[in-house]
Write a protein that binds this ligand. Structure first.
Ligand code: GLC
Length: 511
């Protein structure tokens, strides 16, 4: 099969969020099964500054957009692997007005933020003759690629109008689309009339275009809504999140009507992680590599981390961590309210991430209030992230909602125990810890992989932290739990199979 991934970011070429990890690692896994997988993404300014290699210009084309003719150059590079470069080609689309003049994500108050990806989607669909390659399936990720299914449907419809000569005009009609939603919250919305004008559409081309008034998402053109209505198949990144968005309007974010319409074609597939990259046995960024057999070496990483972020160096102090966008989706409000309590209970805590200014300030203040106990690293730093996964004891992720979540999986790979709220992918990947007693309490067996709570409330969160700390006091139990957690398989192999099944299903349907 020939599959084109279309996404706004791809790790390690360029990463802002989890979508980059998924595209970067899933493509490699699909490629292993012998399929022709390629990726398309914009050639942003910061990417050009990085001077990536190799970089070959492979095509040029012109498209009509917003009533002007625009030039596009396509460059080819490859996804770099852990040891050597992979053979997954990445097409970087260069255009000075829309794609290559600025950073990755733009101010959502400017139409350019949306226009950039409307332009990109049109460019991708026009590029196949110039590339001399046409996919069987386009696998679109999030709203940034969400216009593609709509544009393809319109083309398909136009090419079946009887007045059109059969054959060559049908070129695009056989391409199938899979749309993966990483986060339903971010939808890509803008004034309907302006969007249609930009795309040179009238609004009567296909039924979904006139559905703008349905549901509670207002009058805007909503790219995600159009993607859900027009893709051949849809998936979200965990079965738990699929269930939530189908049954609870809080999670459906105003799109409940469209989700209900497509619910038979929408499933959840759990994300995996790149287990070669995230591997405590080989990680280049950490002080001492370690494994299940040499778990004692994890302590060197703890001491090193404590030193690096100015926490008191002491292996006995339970070290909490959080690596996250500082956003209320991630429950940063809850954690910042719990900081004093965590310190009072004898813990330390290290934060890494950027986000809402308000929370950056709160965390910085907390680190000044509790020197040696609280560290606030307000930045994005891949090396420090790995050092935290390796050095911390406990990883906090009390999200309000979580389509999948990758950090809890990475933490577990490094034997760092997650504390999570039971939602979406967190519910699917972390099982609450219990001790099973057998033979009148003589044999104790640990079950579960982390500490889980249900209600998004401070008392529940704090009592879960207490429970975690009580468990931490028993060194033998804690070690057993770490070993259990490190043995979990979060590689892509199972989930990539599920994607392959979806691709096959798409290839088998003729319409
Ligand atoms: C988004 C979601 C996160 C998910 C990631 C990759 O960032 O918020 O839950 O793990 O995408 O799919």
């Amino acid at each position: 099969m020939k599959i084109l991934f279309v996404a706004s970011e791809v790790h390690p070429i360029l990463k802002v969020g989890g979508i980059a990890d998924v595209v970067g690692s899933l493509t490699k896994e699909i490629k292993k099964s012998g399929h022709d997988v390629r990726v398309a993404m914009p050639f942003y300014q910061p990417l050009k500054d990085k001077k990536i290699k190799p970089l070959n210009k492979v095509a040029s084309l012109q498209i009509e957009f917003n009533k002007t003719s625009e030039n596009i150059n396509i460059f080819e590079t490859f996804i770099p692997g852990t040891e050597k470069q992979t053979d997954v080609p990445v097409y970087l689309f260069e255009n000075n007005r829309y794609l290559s003049n600025k950073s990755v994500y733009l101010d959502t108050k400017s139409f350019l933020y949306l226009k950039r990806f409307l332009f990109f989607s049109q460019a991708v669909l026009r590029a196949f003759p110039a590339l001399n390659w046409k996919p069987d399936i386009i696998h679109c990720h999030d709203w940034q690629a969400g216009l593609i299914p709509l544009l393809l449907k319109i083309k398909q419809k136009q090419s079946t109008i009887p007045a059109c000569p059969a054959g060559r005009n049908n070129q695009q009609s056989t391409i199938k689309t899979l749309f993966t939603i990483h986060n339903l919250l971010i939808q890509g919305r803008w004034n309907y009339t302006q969007v249609l004008k930009c795309l040179n559409l009238k609004g009567n081309e296909i039924p979904s275009l006139s559905e703008k008034m349905q549901g509670s998402y207002g009058d805007d053109f909503n790219v995600l809504q159009q993607a859900i209505l027009n893709s051949d198949l849809i998936n979200v990144v965990s079965p738990g999140y699929a269930n939530e968005i189908k049954t609870d309007s809080y999670y459906a974010r105003g799109l409940e009507n469209v989700i209900q319409k497509r619910k038979k074609d929408l499933i959840g597939i759990l994300n995996g992680i790149d287990t070669d990259f995230f591997n405590p046995e080989t990680d280049q960024f950490i002080k001492r590599i370690y494994s299940i057999k040499r778990l004692d070496l994890k302590n060197f990483n703890k001491l090193d981390l404590q030193k690096k972020v100015n926490l008191k160096q002491d292996v006995e102090i339970p070290l909490f961590s959080m690596i996250s966008r500082l956003d209320i989706q991630k429950g940063i409000d809850l954690v910042s309210q719990a900081v004093d309590e965590i310190v009072k209970m004898g813990g330390q805590i290290v934060f890494l991430g950027t986000g809402q200014k308000e929370y950056e300030t709160i965390l910085e203040k907390a680190s000044k209030k509790h020197p040696g106990r609280v560290a606030a690293c307000i930045k994005f730093d891949q090396a420090l992230a790995q050092q935290i996964y390796a050095g911390a004891d406990i990883f906090l992720m009390p999200s309000r909602f979580e389509p999948c979540g990758l950090s809890q999986l990475i933490a577990m790979r490094y034997g760092t125990i997650p504390v999570v709220r039971s939602t979406g992918g967190l519910r699917d990947t972390v099982e609450n810890v219990k001790i099973n007693k057998k033979l009148f309490g003589l044999i104790k067996q640990i079950q579960g992989t982390g500490f889980v709570f249900n209600d998004f409330s401070l008392p529940e969160f704090i009592s879960t932290i207490k429970r975690t700390l009580e468990f931490y006091q028993n060194k033998r139990n804690w070690k057993q739990l770490q070993i259990r957690v490190m043995k979990q398989d979060f590689s892509w192999s199972k989930s990539a199979q599920k994607y392959l099944e979806l691709y096959k299903k798409l290839m088998d349907t003729n319409n």
